[in-house]
Design a protein around this ligand. Structure first.
Ligand SMILES: [Zn+2]
Length: 346
């Protein structure tokens, strides 16, 4: 019985979803990038709920039986998928067109937006444009932010970045208070990998787990795949100087330009964004001419020394997941800024 219902539903959806006469959704007549295109369903324009919730700061909860709960301001909206009714503040409301699942996204009618997110929605039939009018400056900022995060994924497509987690296997790197540098480095590297992939960037890891890896193997990989950038991640230590702390960026000063980027530009972008994101002390850039990986990578390369394991406070941070994530976000931001330069010089 269940199968028949599902099957009927399936055909019903195929019949009435149309992307042929594509609709463009704009905000104040500006572009709004969404993770999936709007669709027409029962003559209504449906848009993905997730980015809209992000923009308006609504809380959305998806449960396993296909019921979406939205908390926005004082309203609680319960929206079952494929139903023409919703429950708003305990009252049943009839909908012309309900929420449906499409491409893995919960799609809601734009009408819903004007009803419950108190925004005005205009429809321009001739150009097939839906324009959402927003006056609140804060929400306009959020629109730009969300739109950029969905829109910019594609501009980095085709770019290759090598992430090199320092040491590994037999080589622990620095070792203090039972904490091995190699483990800090790989943990940050994995967060970086995860974030970069969201931007459609091809990420190559010189090691994915705790294995011994030669320095030559690391740069060989980068040169073989013709990576655009090489970023090595390490944690620092200086015996007998427990007060020294902060982030340093090692690079080799030369004038080799690749698509508008030098080693120093990469190092500078990484330094600024890591310090900003992780809140570390800014120890600046250091020109190093004797580091194997910086000497053998054929593309802009830099080595992040995240913080000092010999500083008690910094070691505690380096050992925490939340700090590692912030560092990773900073590294990713620095990489994106650098790729932006390369894209402009392409
Ligand atoms: Zn190291």
């Amino acid at each position: 019985m269940k199968k028949i219902i599902l099957l009927t539903l399936f055909f019903a959806l195929i019949l009435c979803i149309s992307t042929v006469n594509a609709v463009e959704v704009k905000v104040n007549f500006g572009t709004l990038s969404l993770p999936t295109t709007p669709i027409i369903h029962n003559d209504r324009t449906l848009v993905p709920l997730r980015p809209l919730a992000e923009i308006f700061g609504a809380e959305v909860d998806w449960n396993s039986s296909g019921i979406v709960t939205i908390d926005y301001k004082d309203n609680e909206i319960i929206l079952p998928i494929n139903a023409k009714q919703a429950i708003v503040n305990n009252k049943i409301i009839e909908l012309d067109s309900g929420a449906i699942l499409y491409n893995g996204y919960t799609m809601v009618p734009l009408k819903f937006l004007s009803d419950y997110f108190d925004v005005e929605v205009e429809w321009y039939d001739e150009d097939r444009i839906v324009n959402i009018l927003i006056e609140d400056e804060k929400i306009i900022k959020k629109v730009e932010e969300v739109s950029r995060s969905y829109g910019r994924s594609s501009i980095y497509k085709g770019y290759k970045v090598v992430i090199d987690a320092g040491h590994g296997g037999n080589e622990t790197g620095a070792y203090y208070n039972g904490i091995a540098e190699k483990n800090i480095n790989i943990s940050i590297a994995k967060y970086v990998e995860e974030l970069l992939k969201k931007y459609d960037i091809a990420v190559y890891m010189t090691r994915k787990n705790d294995v011994t890896t030669t320095l030559a193997a690391r740069t060989d990989l980068a040169n073989k795949v013709k990576a655009d950038l090489f970023v090595s991640i390490h944690s620092n230590a200086i015996v007998g100087k427990p007060n020294i702390k902060g982030t340093e960026l090692l690079y080799k000063d030369n004038y080799l330009l690749k698509k508008g980027v030098t080693n120093k530009i990469l190092a500078n972008n990484l330094q600024k964004s890591v310090v900003k994101s992780a809140g570390t002390f800014d120890k600046g850039l250091i020109n190093r001419t004797n580091l194997f990986v910086l000497n053998h990578a054929n593309m802009p390369a830099a080595l992040v020394e995240v913080g000092y394991m010999t500083n008690e406070t910094e070691l505690k941070k380096l050992n925490s997941d939340s700090f590692r994530k912030k560092v990773a976000e900073g590294i990713v931001d620095g990489i994106l800024k650098t790729l932006d330069i390369m894209i402009d010089n392409e």
